[in-house]
Design a protein around this ligand. Structure first.
Ligand code: DQA
Length: 144
């Protein structure tokens, strides 16, 4: 059975109460449960991790090598400036789907840049929690 790492970066632990006009009312626990269930229906295992620390996110990307088949990653604000997370993605030979709840291109200019985008398999942004659910379809196709 294929195994997916669902990895969330900084401030995503506050989903539901954090800027609901932008990120919606869904909690991280609720989103995780839906992603896990969708993976299960598609015969994939899913493990989940959230961290506010760049180093822990990098450690989990490294650990996924050899343990997981793909990563769904919302790196939060690190998306826009963490060369270290970009290098971690480039270092592991795993497809990574970059996900954002909000349409980062319709927001502040500093959010238009993703330093991780060029080393990811693709990007899904702007569909709220459905961005994550669409990412499950994307990894399923990538792993066929
Ligand atoms: C985000 C977009 C980022 O710009 C922001 O820093 C986040 C969340 C999103 O899911 O829309 O923390 O990744």
């Amino acid at each position: 059975m294929k195994k997916i790492l669902l990895l969330h970066g900084p401030n995503l632990n506050l989903l539901g109460e954090r800027e609901p006009g932008i990120y919606g009312r869904d909690t991280l626990a609720g989103i995780n449960a839906e992603v896990i269930e969708k993976c299960r229906k598609n015969h994939m295992d899913c493990i989940v991790f959230q961290s506010n620390s760049e180093g822990e996110i990098i450690d989990h990307i490294h650990a996924a090598q050899g343990d997981c088949d793909a990563i769904i990653l919302n790196a939060g604000a690190y998306t826009h400036y963490s060369i270290a997370i970009r290098d971690a993605i480039a270092a592991v030979r795993l497809p990574v789907v970059e996900v954002h709840l909000s349409n980062v291109h319709a927001r502040e200019e500093f959010r238009h840049i993703s330093v991780i985008g060029p080393v990811c398999a693709g990007v899904i942004a702007g569909f709220g929690k459905n961005s994550y659910l669409l990412a499950v379809d994307a990894v399923k196709e990538l792993l066929l």
